[in-house]
Design a binder for this molecule. Structure first.
Ligand SMILES: C[S@@+](CC[C@H](N)C(=O)[O-])C[C@H]1O[C@@H](n2cnc3c(N)ncnc32)[C@H](O)[C@@H]1O
Length: 451
């Protein structure tokens, strides 16, 4: 054990030796797996029923849409891995740790709020909380910012699997976001942190813990916090969270900002999760309400917006419309854009028009296909999320056939007839060009399968 780590927690939290030991021992214990129901796609009772058929039992937590996952006695790990179930692939749930899912829970006061807000998720990849925001605020628009371009692939992948259709993804640093003075109704800052919860994976990992690193990361958190506070409208609320337990990255960051901008906000709610008490990761959440504008100094370094989305050209528009006629898909409540050769559909909104003047997005859900002048190739998401009544259905009607399909084995079907909707249990799970040889195959991204 890293003595600097244990000494810090003794001095600041657990002067009593036995309390300290209970805390330290809890770091290497396994936590019960939890999942979050994607209420945009399925109700809690329906998901429970579907998973029970596969020998999973969902037990309540303090959050209405998050459940502990238990298994029946005859559960066969090989047969039915949670991350390999059809329900996981269809984005009906997200395997998410309980403490980590509390940020959005506390921001939304545990409710599904149907108002139309403009929300900023300041540090969003890999998108656990972004997709959760989409569930708690289904009619809002969520600007998901991730400054590290390399991490956006994971974010996009999760947004696509969950089918969250109100998320706009962009790629800026905090200096740029800070310029969006009083723009957002809600802000989530799930800050980069020293990640003490890593101790759960390996106590060894804590050997790198030291106060110098913690202070360095706390300095970054202060900058992010300040720029994010500036971007929030007065009287609106935001939530700061980290997956660390020390005070420097949590209470002290909040206190530092309040000292720099006196009376600019009030703390509405604050909680630290302890592994040995709450049986979660070590986690910290603080919800605040902004009370007045802050005197925010823009840094000189302004990032130029990166290249964003465009409209389809006339010939591409014609090609796309031909496909709509062929499939019967109705996209009239969406606007259609292009990013590179990808076609993206986004719900129509005035908020998007306004924000697009100041931010460039490189991904607006949903990616509905690829286009060039002469051809449009629909993506899986197009078939999954929009009705295509003119396309024939192919019904997978046995669990065995579904299992073959989910294990990437080919299924032969009798009447090859080009594009079909592959259906199981009345759910369109894929659209697939059957082709001459009459086979269908699973093309779910393998990254969606979670062990
Ligand atoms: C704790 S993770 C966010 C997890 C995410 N909210 C989720 O729930 O999936 C912190 C994020 O902060 C981003 N980050 C790191 N350094 C940053 C910086 N200097 N400015 C802005 N974001 C940064 C990281 O790329 C990372 O995506």
């Amino acid at each position: 054990m890293n003595t600097k780590f244990s000494e810090y927690f003794r001095e600041n939290f657990f002067p009593d030796e036995s309390d300290l030991n209970v805390f330290l021992n809890s770091l290497s214990k396994n936590l019960t797996k939890t999942l979050r129901v994607n209420t945009n796609k399925i109700s809690v009772p329906d998901l429970k029923k579907r998973l029970e058929k596969q020998n999973y039992i969902l037990k309540p937590t303090f959050q209405p849409n998050v459940f502990y996952v238990d298994r029946t006695a005859d559960f066969d790990e090989y047969e039915r891995r949670l991350g390999f179930t059809l329900e996981h692939l269809l984005g009906y749930f997200y395997i998410q740790e309980l403490g980590a899912s509390s940020s959005v829970h506390y921001l939304s006061e545990g409710k599904i709020d149907k108002s139309e807000y403009l929300i900023l998720d300041m540090a969003s990849s890999p998108g656990w909380k972004t997709t959760q925001l989409s569930e708690h605020y289904p009619n809002s628009f969520i600007v998901a910012n991730e400054f590290d371009r390399n991490r956006t692939a994971q974010l996009i992948c999760n947004v696509e699997r969950m089918g969250s259709d109100n998320i706009w993804i962009c790629n800026y640093n905090w200096q740029f976001i800070g310029r969006l003075t009083e723009t957002f109704d809600r802000v989530l800052l799930d800050a980069p942190c020293s990640g003490e919860w890593i101790g759960f994976k390996s106590i060894e990992a804590l050997k790198f813990w030291n106060l110098k690193n913690v202070k360095k990361i706390a300095d970054l958190q202060k900058k992010l916090f300040e720029s994010w506070l500036n971007s929030l409208k007065v009287w609106w609320e935001m939530l700061y969270s980290t997956c660390t337990m020390n005070k420097l990255e949590n209470e002290w960051v909040v206190a530092w900002i309040l000292e720099k901008h006196p009376d600019s906000f009030e703390i509405v709610f604050e909680k630290r999760f302890w592994p040995h008490v709450d049986e979660t990761w070590g986690f910290f959440v603080c919800r605040i309400r902004k009370l007045k504008p802050i005197d925010y100094k823009f840094t000189d370094k302004e990032e130029l917006p990166n290249r964003g989305i465009e409209r389809l050209s006339k010939s591409e528009q014609k090609t796309f419309e031909d496909f709509l006629t062929y499939s019967g898909a109705d996209v009239s409540d969406h606007e259609i854009f292009r990013y590179s050769n990808e076609v993206l559909a986004v719900k129509k909104s005035d908020a998007l028009k306004e924000v697009s003047k100041r931010l460039y997005f490189f991904r607006l859900w949903k990616k509905i296909g690829k286009i060039d002048k002469n051809s449009f190739e629909p993506s899986y998401y197009f078939g999954r999320d929009f009705e295509m009544p003119k396309l024939e259905k192919y019904q997978i009607d046995s669990q065995e056939e579904l299992d073959r399909y989910l294990r990437w084995m080919e299924i032969w079907i009798e009447v090859p007839k080009w594009l079909k909707r592959i259906v199981y249990d009345d759910i369109v799970i894929w659209i697939w060009d059957v082709g001459e040889n009459g086979t269908i195959k699973n093309y779910f991204p393998k990254i969606w399968m979670r062990k």
